[in-house]
Design a protein around this ligand. Structure first.
Ligand code: FEO
Length: 393
């Protein structure tokens, strides 16, 4: 339990989750996370911005009691995903006169997910303001970060933007404000990569929208508060831009060493050509690492052995993820190590339908690679590199 002051009359009362290691049963959280909830005391009204993951509700409720909160007038719900909304029913039990303030779409989700009744809501529109007395909340709809109903709230007098998942990062830390700018950008990139990458166009619009405001602090609902908001806005602008890095990502699996030998050869050849190359062994990598590399890589080569007459399931799963994340990749291909045959190339290629890439002819290697295979791989790297150069310039 800990209450952390953001500015006069505004406190963070949520929960730090030091032990959580996975989110959505998919996304690794190597450094835990936090579910930030903010209470704002106006002269007349009190508002709570978002709640916490239900399993941590006691921490939120204890923090409210510790602060001596006698009443909450408004619970602002920025996003219906349960790590922020899931404890709303518990807050309502403690503060039964509170109203849940949100947009129409979020309201419909909250009714579905939390079984909240219609009369508990106050529905607001984009740009609407709500006065607490000396503190005024302005609601700014910022959809698709990463659900369709997501919104931000700007506290006009203190110039704080409460952005929920937008600009957030997964890290459990005792300090409220960013202490290590490099580290928070890496954390935020991982978070952006895992859930926001497919929505670049919408995020661009949202950034243009929030940049119209004079923002002193960005207070997300995961990770630390930015007292220097330009650093995270600039980082996002880079990630959503059309710019890609002269880089090749090679996600691979090798069961008996042949695919590994191929990947080592490819890696050396790309290094010779002064192209950054990132081989990632899927057996030991985490999904977040792959997603982060996909944010700005120009090239991707899936390298797989055949097993069960197809590509290795770990490579298939990564191709599925890459397709769902819709990265800015420009050039792609596949290299296969096989014993007698299979349909892995077609299988992987068909899974990449969302990617707007130039596809380089895949290379198939039977058994352990031999001199003739290395010649083919050498030509493959040359062709891949030339295409990269053409697409980047
Ligand atoms: Fe942090 Fe989309 O929930």
């Amino acid at each position: 339990m800990a209450v952390r002051k953001l500015v006069d009359g505004v406190y963070e009362v949520g929960a730090i989750d030091w032990d959580r290691k996975i989110f959505d049963d998919l996304i690794p959280l190597p450094d835990g996370t936090s579910y930030n909830s903010y209470i704002i005391f106006g002269k007349e009204k009190t508002a709570l911005i978002d709640t916490v993951e239900p399993e941590k509700k006691e921490i939120l409720l204890d923090n409210l009691k510790a602060l001596g909160v006698k009443k909450i007038d408004y619970i602002i719900s920025s996003h219906a995903e349960q790590d922020h909304s899931g404890s709303i029913p518990d807050v309502l039990k403690l503060y039964p006169d509170a109203k849940v303030v949100t947009n129409a779409k979020c309201k419909s989700f909250l009714k579905e997910f939390l079984l909240l009744k219609d009369d508990v809501f106050i529905e607001i529109t984009d740009g609407e303001e709500l006065s607490l007395g000396g503190k005024t909340l302005k609601f700014i709809f910022t959809p698709w970060v990463h659900w369709p109903e997501t919104m931000s709230t700007y506290l006009i007098e203190d110039k704080v933007l409460f952005s929920c998942d937008f600009f957030g990062s997964h890290r459990a830390a005792s300090h409220l404000f960013v202490e290590n700018e490099h580290r928070v950008i890496v954390d935020a990139k991982r978070y952006y990569a895992e859930i926001m990458m497919p929505f670049r166009t919408q995020i661009k619009k949202n950034i243009e929208k929030i940049k119209q405001y004079d923002i002193k602090y960005i207070a997300p609902s995961h990770g630390p508060v930015y007292p220097n908001p330009e650093i995270i806005i600039k980082a996002y602008e880079g990630w959503i831009s059309d710019k890609v890095e002269n880089k090749v990502l090679i996600p691979y699996v090798s069961m008996h060493g042949s695919t590994k030998k191929i990947v080592e050869f490819l890696t050396d050849k790309f290094i010779e050509k002064n192209i950054e190359v990132v081989p990632i062994n899927l057996t030991v990598a985490d999904v977040g690492q792959i997603a982060m590399e996909l944010v700005d890589t120009a090239g991707v080569i899936f390298a797989s052995p055949y097993v069960l007459a197809g590509a290795h399931p770990s490579v298939v799963s990564t191709a599925y993820l890459a397709n769902a994340l819709r990265p800015k990749v420009k050039v792609a291909s596949i290299v296969i190590s096989y014993g007698w045959g299979g349909l892995g190339v077609k299988q992987i290629q068909e899974m990449l339908s969302n990617l707007k890439v130039d596809f380089i002819e895949p290379v198939m290697v039977k058994g352990y690679p031999k001199p003739a295979d290395f010649e083919k791989l050498d030509s493959f790297v040359t062709e891949f590199s030339n295409k990269l150069k053409e697409k980047i310039s």
